[in-house]
Ligand binder design. Sequence first.
Ligand SMILES: Nc1ncnc2c1ncn2[C@@H]1O[C@H](COP(=O)(O)OP(=O)(O)O)[C@@H](O)[C@H]1O
Ligand SMILES: [Mg+2]
Length: 307
Amino acid sequence: METVAVFFSDPGFYDNPFDEEEYQIAYRQIAECIRDRGGRFAIVRGQETYRGGNTFEGGWIFEDGAFKRTEDLVHPAVIFNRGSFRGDAQAMTVNEPVFDDLCTDKWKSYEEFPQLFPATAVVHTPAEAAAFLQSIPTAMAVAKPIDEEEGRGVFIFPKKDILAKIPTYPYLLQEFIDTSKGIPGITDTVHDFRIISIRGEFIVAYVRTAQPGSLLANVALGANIQEVPREQVPKEAWGIFQTVDHAFKRFPDRLYSVDTGRDASGVWKIIELNSKPGTSVMEQDPGARRYLNAIADLLLSIARKGA
Ligand SMILES: Nc1ncnc2c1ncn2[C@@H]1O[C@H](COP(=O)(O)OP(=O)(O)O)[C@@H](O)[C@H]1O
Ligand SMILES: [Mg+2]
């Protein structure tokens, strides 16, 4: 029987992301999908438990409807990396490391698709930052870490104030997309529009809208999230997704999201690519059900390909 495992970076069962019950439920649902397809699901945690060759010392195996601790070696056929797993040459991960890095490193993402992102620069000094700010036309600017998530370290301020907000160098500076006018027929406010895809197939789209007064549309920061049915996905967001996904065909088992925003001018741009888009529980919306099932299908199919 094939075992597939999800990897989280923190060592304890109730550590991130299981400090939120919703994630415990979502991963139990993935485990059930995999069991129903004749596979076995495990949780492995902490880089220090990795013994090489796709093997971990200890973990939690889903059995009889619950995750049970084992101190034995866990040897999954594929590792679903939901943390910062660093493998060896034998490691089989979703996503594959090169692709994961292209999405996680926001500068590399920009370099892949400069025409689809707002103008972006990595700045190493305040002088470089000032020069970039002079070069962009928007009154507002965005400063963000090269490699973070959940809105951590993202600052959006008028150009004259942003320099003082940069906490460390190097940092990313970016032109501001004014999403405050919304998306016709979908939202009339500050947003981040997400298309999640696996192996090039559309899985689900979500619009996330920022809390009133905030310019950050991250669920972790209290943004509202709502599924958008396929037939309501704006053609501009779809076009951007198609362009990106075409370029990524060289990574056949890719799982990621393309997050975009509509500027008040009507022009759409990418906000980020995300190789670990979050999972809702099945009951939340039909898209979440599709997403969790598709994750199970992807992992098992890779496991069976390798067997
Ligand atoms: N260039 C931008 N223009 C306008 N808003 C942005 C821009 N970049 C990021 N944001 C806002 O900040 C949020 C977090 O930024 P993002 O690049 O997605 O980083 P993270 O990986 O932390 O989610 C986005 O969801 C969006 O609401
Ligand atoms: Mg984001």
